[in-house]
Design a binder for this molecule. Structure first.
Ligand code: 5AD
Ligand code: SF4
Length: 413
């Protein structure tokens, strides 16, 4: 039985990226050479690693070559994560090291991409004076212009979030790929506003990508010999094409596609591909997803279904939109409809005001479900989130730590 603690894994928990890959540099051949070298490092969740493949696609088109060696780089970009404070601390340390390098090599351009760029915006340039370039997750098409602007001696920022951008037609350059598994981003952003989570602020509103471009990307991967794809989104169960949030059809002349229908489309188009998906949200998980898992041999019998807490009051304060009973009902449905399906989860210990009894409810829920795997974290307060504004981060660090150890020990047992 596996267990993963917050010390061992990605800073983002769900869409797992191994600790050993954090800070990994991207290596690709340029399309046409102007001789400039890019060091592009990725941190955090699979969504960031997947976004780096889009950034690499845009910049290799522009003639950049890549390097793993900072000394050799003309441009250094870090694709960053803000989910917990520890994740940001690690990136700040990296940026401080590059700041020293810039003293020796003033023409070196250093930029921050991703969630930390979006969260901190100009402060990274103005107050902290750590970087030349700040680019949020929806502005990567603008990177060539922004890098050029920095080349003329100005600082450059684009942190505009978009309601439409899905980079649908950009063919990602598969980075450091083993040629076996690849990510396909199916949606961007998150509208859930879980009170502890910074993601809705850093990645903006939820939007789904055109299903045709998703299926085509899967077919291309299969044709290139890939064996496994992971359909990625912050909340894949709310994938919707041509439907409003309320479920109304946007354009009568176009088909509508739900998440389970999208999985079916990919499963049928690529029978030789093994299909995974991440991450599911318990409040949106419908039986049809379990039915599709059970129906297609090439859809992986595995679901990541973050519970966060086993106590209803805490779940309410977390703004998760479900109760313990609802969650257990979803587990029951999964086990009934897709009995072979393995289940993993995310758990946060020491959320604002959590009592010993409420923590005990998380332990009892874990016993009741018997998760195959869990990602477990101490609560880390994030600026501007609903929890930061509404509740006090009042569980002492050592209590959070002790509760985390109890959760880990139980998962291990
Ligand atoms: N503190 C601790 N863990 C968090 N997560 C998200 N935000 C925080 C936070 N502020 C965890 C949740 C989520 C996973 C991706 O990271 O468990 O499911
Ligand atoms: Fe954050 Fe909740 Fe959205 Fe997940 S579903 S990204 S935890 S707000």
């Amino acid at each position: 039985m596996k267990f993963i603690t917050n010390d061992m894994q990605t800073e983002s928990g769900d869409k797992t990226i191994d600790e050993s890959r954090q800070g990994e540099a991207v290596m690709v051949e340029p399309k046409r050479g102007h001789g400039k070298k890019l060091l592009l490092e990725s941190y955090g969740c699979a969504m960031n690693f997947s976004d780096s493949e889009i950034v690499a696609s845009i910049l290799t088109e522009e003639g950049f070559g890549t390097t793993r060696n900072a000394e050799e780089a003309d441009v250094i970009l870090l694709n960053t994560c803000s989910i917990r404070e520890k994740a940001e601390d690690r990136i700040r340390n990296r940026l401080l090291a590059f700041k020293k390098m810039k003293r020796k090599n003033p023409s070196l351009i250093v930029g921050v991409l991703g969630c930390m760029a979006e969260r901190l915006k100009e402060t990274l340039l103005e107050q902290e004076k750590l970087v030349d370039l700040v680019v949020g997750p929806d502005a990567y098409r603008d990177l060539p212009n922004l890098i050029e602007q920095v080349g003329t001696g100005q600082k450059a920022v684009n942190v505009l979030l978009s309601r439409e951008e899905t980079y649908a037609e950009i063919s990602p350059v598969r980075l450091n790929s083993n040629g076996i598994n690849a990510y396909i981003s199916i949606m961007r952003g998150c509208d859930n506003m879980c009170s502890f989570c910074v993601v809705p602020f850093t990645r903006g509103r939820e939007r789904s990508r055109d299903p045709e471009s998703i299926v085509n990307e899967a077919i291309e991967l299969a044709n290139n010999g890939y064996k496994e794809v992971t359909l990625l989104g912050q909340n894949v169960d709310s994938y919707k094409w041509n439907l409003t949030k309320k479920g109304e059809v946007k354009d009568e002349n176009l088909p509508t596609v739900s998440f389970s229908e999208l999985m079916e489309l990919v499963a049928k188009a690529c029978p030789e591909l093994w299909i995974r998906f991440s991450t599911s949200h318990p409040k949106d998980l419908t039986d049809d997803v379990a039915e599709v898992i059970a129906k297609y041999d090439n859809i992986c019998n595995y679901i990541h279904l973050p519970i966060q807490s086993g106590n209803n009051e805490i779940l309410k304060k977390m703004n998760r939109g479900y109760t313990r009973e609802w969650y257990l009902n979803r587990i029951e449905a999964l086990r009934r409809i897709a009995p072979k399906c393995a289940i993993s989860t995310d758990i946060i210990t020491g959320f604002c005001g959590e009592t010993e009894e409420q923590h005990a409810d998380t332990l009892s829920l874990m016993k009741e479900v018997g998760f195959d795997m869990a990602y477990m974290f101490k609560y880390s307060e994030r600026p501007k989130t609903l929890a930061e504004r509404k509740y006090e981060d009042d569980v002492p660090e050592e209590v959070k730590g002790r509760r985390l150890s109890e959760v880990i020990d139980l998962q291990r047992a």
